[in-house]
Design a binder for this molecule. Sequence first.
Ligand code: ZN
Length: 426
Amino acid sequence: MKQISQKIKIEPNNIQKTYLNKCFGCKRFAYNWGVEQYNENIKKGMFKNGYDLKKQFNSLKREKFPFVYDVTKYATQQPFIHLNKAIKDTLKKGGKPIELAFKKKSNNESFYIGGDQIKIVTKPHSNKQYIKIPLLDKPIKLTEKIKYDGKILSCTISHIYSIYFVSFTFAISEEELLNKKAKLAIFKEKALGIDLGVKSALTLSVPFSIHLPEGIKRESKKLIKLSRQLDRKIHPRTKGDQTKKSKNYLKASFRLAKKHLRILNMKTDFIEKVSSVIVKNFDFICMEDLNVKGMLKNHHLARAISEVSFYKLKEKIHSKCDMVGKYFLSADRFFASTKICSNCGNYNSQIKLSDRKFICDNCNITIDRDFNAAINLYNYLIKKVGRVTAEFTLADLTALIKDFDVNRLSTSKVETRNQHNFYINL
Ligand SMILES: [Zn+2]
């Protein structure tokens, strides 16, 4: 049995929206209640984990927080699991319990429901699918069909502003998995190193790079404009401000939500397609370890990262590799793929983020920085796997480019190709 998930947009009516918003609120309330208790406990020198706090909450809720009975029990149970994890994480770092932060209300929240409490209903005349969740009379409409036959283990309902989604987790059988495998035909054994960067989103160790679709950049600019417009509309600006949200504010917030969604969809589309083509064409794949937190401290990189969502891309490639039985390797965090010369192995600590070209003092080659890193990752992979892989021929490259073209991804054959030849001629 394997787990697989599918995210679908849902269309709740107003009553259902109110209910879902209540669920988000109750989840946040339960979590923050737990945080408050935890913080007070450690001030007193006591320690209770998330499960103890959950018991305490459950014994109090009937009397003190009767409103939690208006929503599914999962909305107030799951947060304590998250809380327990958060407590564990803080203990890992310092060893001493430290105070936790409260969760703020945001435009992007979610809650979990176990598979035992949900049901999929198909209306016979229209053949449309609906999801039935506890304490709601009418089921909520799904905008897409469910792709998998497997048992639904759980679902997570989330929203971005006023657009709602459900993400199902299915347990699927080996048989269904085999069908998926057949779709991703396996070629010859080929290895690939992938470097993620600012200039082009992905640089492959075969002389080839993939750029971010122009559309994402364009829409991101529009998003900034829309959020400025939203801020100008009448709405409460501080906590306790009695100003009502104006009609124009609500309209503008809907426009903003739609834009957010559009960008999200474009990114998801990009990630799905790129990962499919890569996993289809290669059997051994190596990517660098993404210390995203460390990378986000650097502002130049931060924008590019949030635009591409490297983390998601890596996860996707990894999970697709696992699914079809291909080999995925994440390079060691301390493997300096950008600082080593891919030709002679000389270590150049002088190279800065702003340098687009890698120049080696030892063997004097000049090579695109990202391409250099991709080749280093490739070499790293070959060392780890320890087996000879088939050479990537020009015909293979043509096929690969064709695959990308079919998927309408913005790509380029870049100068790296010439550099590659030059590099090989050395
Ligand atoms: Zn060198």
